[in-house]
Ligand binder design. Sequence first.
Ligand SMILES: *Cc1c(COP(=O)(O)O)cnc(C)c1O
Length: 390
Amino acid sequence: MISPVMANYARADIAFEKGEGVYLYASDGTRYLDFGGGIAVTCLGHCHPHLVEALTRQAGQLWHCSNLYQIPEQTRLAERLVAASFADSVVFINSGAEAVETSVKMARKYQSDQGHPERFRVITCEGAFHGRTLAMIAAGGQEKHLAGFGPVVDGFDQVAFDNLNEMRAAVGPETAALLIEPVQGEGGIRALSKDYLKGARALADEFGVLLILDEVQTGIGRTGKLFAHEWAGIEPDILASAKGLGGGFPIGACLAKEGPASALTAGSHGSTFGGNPLAMAVGNAVLDVVLETGFLDKANAIAKRLWQRLEEIAVNHPTVFEGISGSGLMVGLKCVPTNMDVVAKLTEGGLLTVAAGENVVRLVPPLIIEDSHVDEAIAIIDKAAGELDA
Ligand SMILES: *Cc1c(COP(=O)(O)O)cnc(C)c1O
């Protein structure tokens, strides 16, 4: 007989009861150091007092009113994102997939408004992950996500990862936009170089197509800047954000320059829950912390320390780890044994991580980790690697 909860996940047999900072407590009392962050979501750890305060205060005032009315907390979050980024305007939705799909809709509508309705295609990279809606599995182009779900949504062309020549060759008269993750997350923590991102920007400008960045995973300080593209000194036309933006509360946002943003006129797009007062209160609270002077400097310093220690481990255990990849506190450990075995071994040792493509184990801890958490994680990884070595 089928379980009441559908079986579309391969879940570990652990249930968590409580979260506190970098730690999760299972119902049997076991404590885990959480370097998985609910898949790069809980950027300020669990039950951060400032977020709890913002959420509970809002919960006692107003939960929901719809976008038929003004939502002051939404205006405030949009204003702050605009002030802190390349963007001129923001639309809120509820998830990563929706944020990227909104970006694609915006790009198509913009091109259509410019007199180019034939420009509707979007070029993506192999190994990409943009979410699980019908259009976003087409954008991701991965067979394992597409199989069995019928005709693939038209309008996506895929090129090799990290290959600008192929990207250039793929731009045609029907191209509306390029869609890129600055660091592929699900695809295996694969970072694109500054030069690639600069080249993609130049390519988009040369052909009059838009540059969309999927920063659902890389955004909100994950790589040490508010958004990862800042490292390359470029600006996208449209950017999708989600995961860290709500620190664990479901939220998505699509940030854009005035041109493409103007394409979403009243009635052209919407979402019942998007930008709901609860999500907005938490989003504002996340920014209170992440945008505080010195916060990201501290995250960068701790990231550097984590990388150094992981590099030592990789050198000491070449039969377990092939190398390290990523950016900031988005780190991939490429494994020799299957990554699922390594994740399970680390969980046994009390460290939560997440598997990614390319046989990688992903470390995406909260940005608030301290030296002691790095030491603790390193000790667990070292011990697990020693056991896997044997
Ligand atoms: C997680 C993720 C998504 C999808 O987000 P959901 O909230 O699961 O829909 C899209 N793009 C990237 C880069 C992601 O990491």
